[in-house]
Each structure stands twice: as structure tokens, then as C-alpha cells.
Design a binder for this molecule. Sequence first.
Ligand SMILES: [Zn+2]
Length: 430
Amino acid sequence: MNEMIDPDTANVIQDERLPATSPKCRFCDAALTQTFVDLGMSPMCESLLRADQINQMEAFYPLHTYVCGDCFLVQLESYVAPEEIFTEYAYFSSYSDSWLAHAKDYVEMAINRFGLHGSSLVVELASNDGYLLQYFIERKVPVLGIEPAQNVAKVAVERGVDTLVDFFGDALAKKLVADNKAADLIAGNNVLAQVPDLNDFVAGIKTLLKPDGVVTIEVPHLMRLMDENQFDTIYHEHFSYFSFTNAARIFSRHGMTLFDVEELPTHGGSLRLFARHDEDETKPVTERAKELEAREIAAGLNSLETYESFGQQVEATKRNLLEFLIERRREGKSIAAYGAPGKGNTLLNYCAVRTDMIAYTVDRNPYKHGMFLPGTHIPIHTPERIAETQPDYVVIMPWNLKDEIMAQLAYIREWGGKFVVFIPEVRVYD
Ligand SMILES: [Zn+2]
């Protein structure tokens, strides 16, 4: 990552990549002319292939992120209709134990801090399979889930979580209010990034919220993405990437104030934003919200130059990663991977890593066994494959779970196997 980059050459390359007509900022409508990072063409990261599909055509879409020069929102164009991505969604939140524990803690915090009770209403946007709302029901607080994916919503309803199958926006919020369903608490975890019409969504939150209600929104933190080189968390389903400062700007335009924030370890570093109506002065802006805003401004998040160097850092990471793989393969070493998360696919496709570099990956999810990663066609086996083939290196794709996975696979050291992570940079663990 310490390579010298000639700024003149770098700029020429960047200009070549811009489309003839600039896309528009999803929030403020300014023309997007500044690349944040261009990760090339990539298939949708969740679209694993069956054996009978690997000789067929695959759809690839640009993974080109921009930063808006006016409002500093980092964003992707939406190439694929949300109906196509989210109406039949393969991700069931309840499959993850740590995520369930996170949800349960949140519910305790919300009930205690905001005094929710039997005549309150909690509305969750993108409520998935009811993983979160079930804990409010246990505490006798009424809930309503809104979830566009029919298959996961069905699971929620079966476990007794009242769920509306729909996309959220201002029109739906108005209908709910007319139906006497204004909310005391609106929760949205990992949904704001996935909303193509950001203004309509946030306007809907404003409409749905009772005068003294609270909104909590969890989003991956852009500052952490940049600091820790987490470019592999960029994928087509995530249209927008937020800092506290630009989220505050977006809520402010819709008459809401971010009055508090928590920094969470989830997804490599997330923010839990707390919003209220501007008029609701019963909830003063906390010191930690002011402190984070000051820290982001000091880190340069309100200055375009800060964003300009990110793409060059990512390109340098790609060269280092390929250098590592090529050198090890030249020495005759074998390399396998662990995990098949979405972030793995962004990285492998961007770096054009195929089975000649990484022979296979393994995953604990039985649904993925016998399938292939999109684009790269790396096969996914059961974890036992590692002990059978004894690779010299095991690349841990979900780097956020590195410690847990290294403990699980400690046995690879018996044959001299080593662990590797690629993010924030290539690191080998003996
Ligand atoms: Zn903008």
C-alpha cells in the first residue's frame, strides 16, 4: 500500500472510465463526476450457481461507486430493480446466533430507554423473518413488520409477527397513519443502504413517526470502510454508504435531527443512528453525537480530496494480493478459502481470482455445498474438505470473523498450513 502513484496518470485513467452522461446523486440530484472506487463488472454477489448453470451466461453489472461533490454521499447507481433483488431474498436473519443476540440487546435497550409499553407501536422496516420484532412481542409491545420479500415475511407471520409484504416509502407511511398506525419507534437495520429512492424512504419515516417518537437506523460506517480498506463490502445490493455527518444531512432535509449515535462492531463497524422530529426538544443532542461529527470532519469526510485517494489504495491492494497468490502458486503451494460471503465475491471478481489461484472454498451452510461462486466459479465444499486436501494456505474470506475461524481451523497447523486475510491488506498468520 506504499506504492508511489503518479497523480497525472491516475487522473487520466479515472476520466476514461466516466460514462458519457453523468448519473445523478440519489440524495441531492447533483451530477456525479467523482469516482470513489471502480470495482469493474461483477455479478450479483448472492447469486451462487448450481453445477448445471456454470456453462450458461451470467449477468454482470458495473460496480462503480461515486462520491457526490455536493453532499459527499458515496453511492452506486442502481442497475437492478429492487423488485428483482429483494422480493425473494435468501438471507434469513434468524440463522445467525450473534445477530439474534444483537437484536435481543437492542430490544431491551429500546424498551428501557424509550419507555415502550402495551399501547406503543414498534414498526420495523425490512423486518426480515421477524428475528427482532419477536423480542418486542415477548415483552408485550405491539409491532408491525414491513418486508418486501414474500418468502421471509411468510416465516415472520408463522411465528406470530404481524408483517406487511411491501416496499416502504412515503405513500405507504401515509396509508398507515390514516389507519391509525403511527409509530412510537421505527427501527431499520441494514436497510437504508439498500433503498434506491432515499428521499422517499426518509420522508416516509417522517410521516410515520409520532410527534415524540424515535427512529433507530443501523448502517455500516463509511469512515470504517475507508480506514480499514473494506472495499469488499461494496456490492450491488448496497446503493449508499453513510457517515454520521451525511446521514444527519439527509435526515435534516426531512425535518429530523440525529440526536444520538452508537458505534457498533457489527459488519466491520456500524452506526446506530437515533433520530427524532426537529421540534421534539425532549431529546437533546448527546455529546457522543457531537464528538463523532467532529471526528468525521477532522478525518476530512467533508472534503472531496479525502475520497479521491481511496480508489488508488484499492488498486494497490489488488496488485499486492495478486502478487501474493502468483508467488505462492509459482512455488507450488496450494491455496483454499474459507467462507462464501457476499464480500468474498466482490473481492474475487474485482481481482479476477479463479480456481487456478484458489482451488475451492468451504462453507458451513449446507445450502451452499455443491454450488459455485458467481463469476469466478470457485466450487463450495463442506469444511471437511480442508482436512482431506491439506492446503498450504487457507484464505479467510469473512475477515470480520477471522479469530473465530482461526480457532475452529487450528488443526491446519498440524501440516504446516497458514491462514491468510486480504483485508485491510495481505496478512499471513503462521
Ligand atoms: Zn449529493
